[in-house]
Design a protein around this ligand. Structure first.
Ligand code: AMP
Ligand code: MG
Length: 407
């Protein structure tokens, strides 16, 4: 039995960054940039108006006020998308819309609200500031500038910036394909009736959902039955189509727990089996050529927590992310919890903030099959192996699986 830190270290040592793939810009959201991106233009490309108003020469408006407006001759108007060859000379102005290029001669824009227009004459009620309401060429991004470095996660704002650079295709680290295999004679599919002794296969669904949120590509397989033939057939199928294979169930000590035997037969290299933790003790990990295999325990909460603590960081690393772990906080524990020494406890908690401090309370019974208390949780509190008692008011480390509640 190894410690959780050691298990994580072994896993992260084995996983490699994925190959690079070029995709359409809109297919890159949520992935990580696999190239540096430079701009071949200024953004904005030309000086333009930040307001609907009038393009003026600032010195023309000196002394202008509500009582003594300055009057200028309007030479025409200019909408966004057009250019004007009119040059502004002293005493004249051009009506201009937001985004339109500032005409020659003008050095400021007065906003429409500070003017009144009558015929070809506009009255201006305030002094213009030189450069006022003008967005300068290149003020956002200069031509030749490195806009993004490799490893930048692509969020909506990066997508927008890449679009303005004209990057219709971008290079990303390819999301790994993750095959998901539930094992168990007791399992029935969710659209089938339950008969005596049977339960619904929920792990395939919770894991598929976790894989989707991690950014990888899930490939759910059919249920493997608790015999060597069925399990071997589906493990082989999973390995053919994936970069990572997740199995659930069948890695404990039961008579019908055949996942390890099948992988032994296939000559997969077992890196560890059993981690000193609760839930999720039977967790196993193999390498198989370039592929990796996680033998997740069958209990629904064990499966989910093992995914979050071990598989998710591995996927994040493969996808080129720099930050591969959940954010963590220290929080005040609001219960007394007794435990035996020897195993790290991953405890389902509700995290809340109050006056800038984090507090955590248990979400309910902590049995490894009790998915309801997982559903109520937005954090996993880590109770170190050597601890035998956590008291109300003690600080614990918490992995945030969701945003804390604000009370
Ligand atoms: P095992 O590790 O195969 O002994 O399974 C441990 C527990 O998890 C048993 O109670 C199983 O019925 C349950 N279990 C295993 N696989 C699944 C699954 N795919 N969905 C829901 N429960 C499962
Ligand atoms: Mg089983």
């Amino acid at each position: 039995m190894i410690k959780p830190d050691e298990a994580l270290r072994i896993i992260l040592e084995e996983v490699k960054i994925q190959p690079i793939k070029e995709v359409n810009l809109m297919d890159s959201l949520g992935y990580v940039l696999a190239e540096d991106v430079f701009s071949d233009i200024n953004i904005p490309p030309f000086n333009n108006s930040a307001m609907d108003g009038f393009a003026v020469i600032a010195s023309d408006t000196v002394g202008a006020s509500n009582n003594f407006p300055c009057k200028l001759k309007v030479l025409g108007d200019l909408a966004a998308g057009n250019v004007s060859d009119i040059e502004i000379v002293s005493g004249s102005t051009l009506k201009i819309m937001t985004g339109a290029p500032v005409p020659q001669g003008a050095d400021s824009v007065i906003k429409k609200e500070d003017t009144t227009l009558s015929g070809e004459e506009v009255s201006i009620y305030c002094e213009a500031k030189k450069g006022g309401n003008i967005r300068l060429a290149g003020e956002d991004i200069a031509e030749g500038e490195r806009v993004f470095t490799i490893s930048t996660p692509l969020r909506p704002q990066e997508i927008g910036l890449l679009a303005s650079l004209g990057k219709s295709k971008v290079k990303i680290f390819k999301p790994p394909r993750v095959a998901i295999l539930s094992t168990g004679d007791e399992l029935v599919e969710i659209d089938k009736p339950l008969s005596p002794g049977k339960i619904r296969n929920s792990n395939t669904y919770s894991l598929t959902a976790q894989v989707i949120l991690s950014g990888a590509k899930p490939i759910p397989l059919e249920i493997a039955r608790d015999n060597m033939d069925s399990t071997r057939k589906l493990i082989q199928k999973g390995l053919e189509v994936s970069d990572i294979l997740l199995t659930t169930g069948g890695v404990s000590m039961g008579d019908y727990d055949v996942v390890k035997d099948v992988l032994d037969d296939l000559d997969a290299e077992l890196k560890f089996w059993k981690v000193a933790q609760k839930p999720g003790m039977p967790l196993a990990f193999w390498c198989f050529g370039e592929k990796i295999i996680f033998g997740l325990p069958g209990n629904p909460v064990s499966t989910m927590i093992c995914f979050d603590e071990y598989v998710r960081p591995a996927i994040s690393k493969m996808m080129g992310r720099k930050h591969i772990f959940r954010p963590e906080v220290d929080a005040v524990f609001e219960h007394d919890l007794k435990k035996k020494p020897g195993r790290t406890f991953f405890v389902r908690v509700k995290v809340r903030t109050e006056n800038g401090k984090y507090y955590v309370s248990l979400t309910g019974p902590q049995g490894s099959g009790i998915l309801k208390s997982m559903s109520l949780a937005n954090g996993i509190a880590i109770i170190p192996a050597e601890k035998t008692l956590v008291k109300t008011g003690d600080e614990v480390n918490v992995h945030l699986i969701d945003l804390p509640e604000d009370h």
